[in-house]
Design a protein around this ligand. Structure first.
Ligand SMILES: *Cc1c(COP(=O)(O)O)cnc(C)c1O
Length: 373
């Protein structure tokens, strides 16, 4: 595979986000003719043997990467994270009660949407802390009869991440845990003993927008409300191998290439997910350590729950934001502007961001500080 002769800029977009060069190059080389089939992947029947092989491989690679147990189904769906905010309660709530842990914008949206389908209870919230720390699980007011408990395991906008998933059984709850892992899927292993269902859009860390990954324990299938569209009924999707209706074939193909790329990563002795996690830890540490040591920049999130993927930060003098961003663009550092609801800057450093990209960002930040302090 040839590499681009001039390196592309480092892209810190929160999503849709940068993809590994190797994945894009491979897709480009197969665009007009996938492996001698005479067809591009976008042009194939989803029921043909070629796409069948692509989809089966993608599922197997994801199952291997995330060590998904056999009693969980991997579903390739559409509708995105926001779609799942309705699809999950339609499938799991039985119209009764569900608990929500509010930790930022995305869990807030999930709670609001679920109210249309069930009694959505806020069991804990960090709103009083401006979403800068996680509420201690010991303080959660979980319902006795919740059909599920929802958490957003990485809040993309506020930069707050669960470093360990809550153990609901130890908190006295029998409900399955639902995690929205849209923005840190495949950046670290998942403890499936603690999870009933995980969902995420592909466009942050896996591939193009349009593919939604759902990984669901089999006992949670088959309880959908009558109003649930068939194409969004997890049991129907599972029974049809994600081919009840046309799945997002291009997204599955690109995510599949990303899974292969992830499996091939190494860091010292480590391979695959372990290598990727080690690299993500190193990237995040480099950036947070620099910000914490500088009087010029600040990150407001409690160190115990800082996201490895999304790093919101502020310049102490916000009148310099525009100069910071235009200088960054000139230095080949793209899409650093923070989300409008939080302001400041945000560096999203997903799997496709190499350590060299974070080093380049830190060098730029140091130089900007030196010339403006
Ligand atoms: C981006 C994001 C979403 C929204 O996904 P859509 O595909 O736009 O519906 C939901 N949850 C989290 C945590 C996200 O980062």
């Amino acid at each position: 595979m040839t590499r681009p002769t001039s390196p592309r800029p480092y892209n810190f977009s929160a999503g849709p986000a940068a993809m590994p060069d190797a994945v894009l190059e491979r897709a480009a080389s197969e665009m007009l003719d996938w492996q001698g089939s005479g067809m591009g992947v976008m042009e194939m029947s989803h029921r043909g043997k070629e796409f069948g092989a692509i989809c089966t491989q993608a599922e197997a690679d994801l199952r291997f990467l995330l060590a998904v147990p056999e009693n969980f189904h991997i579903l390739f769906m559409q509708g995105g994270g926001l779609g799942e905010n309705a699809i999950v309660p339609m499938n799991l709530s039985r119209g009764t009660r569900a608990d929500f842990i509010i930790t930022g914008s995305w869990s807030t949206k999930s709670h609001k949407e679920a109210q249309r389908y069930c009694t959505a209870n806020i069991a804990a919230t960090n709103a009083a802390d401006q979403h800068t720390r996680l509420p201690d699980p010991a303080s959660w007011r979980l319902s006795d009869d919740a059909s599920y408990v929802h958490v957003c395991s990485n809040e993309t906008i506020h930069g707050v991440e669960f470093q360990e998933l809550p153990d609901l059984a130890a908190l006295g709850s029998k409900a399955p845990l639902v995690i929205d892992f849209s923005s840190h899927v495949a950046s670290r292993p998942v403890d499936w003993n603690r999870v009933g269902l995980a969902f995420g859009g592909a466009q942050k860390n896996l591939g193009p927008a349009g593919l939604t990954i759902v990984i669901v324990r089999d006992d949670l299938l088959g309880h959908a409300l009558d109003i649930c569209p068939s194409a969004f009924n997890y049991k129907t999707v599972a029974d049809n191998g994600s081919m009840y209706n046309t799945p997002p074939t291009w997204g599955i193909y690109i995510a599949g290439l990303t899974f292969q790329w992830l499996r091939a990563q190494t860091e010292g002795e480590l391979t695959g997910m372990a290598a990727m996690e080690a690299r993500n830890i190193a990237k995040a540490r480099l950036l947070y350590d620099f910000i914490d040591a500088s009087p010029f920049y600040v990150n407001k999130v409690d160190p115990s729950c800082r996201s490895r993927m999304n790093v919101p930060f502020f310049l102490n003098d916000e009148s310099r934001n525009d100069a910071f961003l235009s200088g960054a663009r000139e230095a080949g550092l793209l899409q650093l502007k923070g989300h409008k609801s939080v302001g400041g800057m945000r560096a999203s450093i997903y799997n496709a961001m190499p350590l060299a990209g974070v080093q380049a960002l830190v060098s730029y930040m140091r130089e900007f500080e030196r010339s403006h302090a």
